[in-house]
Design a protein around this ligand. Structure first.
Ligand code: APR
Length: 310
């Protein structure tokens, strides 16, 4: 039997998620949106069914606003919520998106209690915390997508700066999905050559800043709405590692219970994503400077989470 992927939110990111999941033949796809948007979700699903002959995939794709249709989903990816507009921080979305995530969490808890859940809605680290609190799902079953995206951006900017293939760049970005995230140049390599030997400190500082502000750079260009291609691909990479038990090590917002000195918060850390979901968190030995940066990102996430009234 095919796997089932439920996409909660069928907007900009949701529609790209649906297309990627179809093209990769990850399973049957349900796009769920609010009742006012149900017909649009149905239309997008039908459009993707009609793309299948050229896209060369077999998948049943439906649009709906009824949670019953996500029953038994193996994976749930949540993008329901408002995106940023120019001048807004991710935190400005908190109050409106808490309400949305609460409703979504209740629907998923009821109809897809075994699903591996990937949260994309911002402010990410707080929304995944809220989703986990409301569902009460085990911690291996819930992750936030952001670190995978932040690392993709870090790799993309290094490739653009150095004029080298993005395929050879390996590295990670830890911490919250905000301007104090922690890219780790010390642990980044290009074809095995340390980044610190390929780029000057001035270049590295520029790359770090651009990565931290990457989402905002796109919001400014759009004026309204935020990035959608790269967030969608990042969530699909996590979903695929789960569905195919690829056992990739990906930075995700995972519930830390002692790791990195963090207790009870979701924060971006390297995770093993297997058919068990978030199977394991890896603890990297950080330098004093990296620890100080990590402490700053934890403080920001704690502050946002403290404002979540649930
Ligand atoms: N249930 C289901 N869907 C909902 C709900 C809800 N309670 N509330 C809103 N939605 C839907 C909207 O109708 C819309 O179709 O979520 C979709 C969001 O799509 P967009 O507005 O296009 O936003 P998108 O760019 O996809 O970003 C979604 O991800 O990266 C984050 O900051 C971004 O929080 C935002 C989220």
């Amino acid at each position: 039997m095919r796997k089932k992927i439920a996409l909660i939110g069928g907007g900009q990111i949701g529609q790209i998620l649906a297309m990627l999941a179809a093209q990769k033949e990850l399973g049957d796809i349900v796009i769920l949106d609010v009742p006012e948007y149900a017909n649009v979700a149905k239309g997008k699903a039908l459009d993707l069914m009609e793309m299948a002959p050229h896209g060369n995939y077999d998948a049943n794709i439906i649009g709906t606003s009824d949670y019953k249709d996500i029953e038994g989903a193996d994976v749930v990816i949540v993008t329901a919520g408002k995106p940023r507009e120019a001048g807004m921080t991710r935190e400005d979305l908190l109050n409106v998106n808490i309400k949305i995530i609460t409703a979504v969490a209740n629907g998923v808890k009821h109809y897809a209690p075994k699903a591996f859940c990937i949260i994309v809605t911002n402010p990410l680290d707080a929304m995944v915390y809220v989703f986990h609190k409301i569902t009460g799902f085990p911690k291996n079953q819930v992750v936030g997508m952001a670190g995978t995206l932040d690392t993709a951006r870090w790799r993309a900017f290094i490739s653009m700066e150095l004029g080298v293939s993005v395929a050879d760049i390996s590295g990670t970005v830890l911490g919250g999905h905000g301007p104090d995230m922690v890219p780790l140049p010390r642990l980044t390599t290009v074809g095995g050559v340390p980044l610190t030997e390929l780029a000057t400190q001035e270049q590295i500082d520029r790359l770090i800043n651009r990565t931290r502000e990457a989402g905002t750079e796109i919001v400014k260009l759009f004026g309204k709405g935020s990035a959608f291609f790269s967030p969608a691909w990042s969530a699909i990479v996590i979903a695929e590692s789960f569905l195919k038990d690829k056992r990739r090590i990906l930075p995700c917002a995972a519930l830390c219970e002692g790791e990195y000195g963090v207790n009870g918060l979701f924060i971006g850390v390297p995770c093993l994503i297997s058919d068990k979901g978030m199977e394991k968190i890896y603890e990297i030995k950080l330098t004093e400077e990296e620890k100080a940066q990590f402490a700053r990102t934890i403080a920001s996430v704690s502050k946002t989470v403290a404002e979540c009234k649930i």
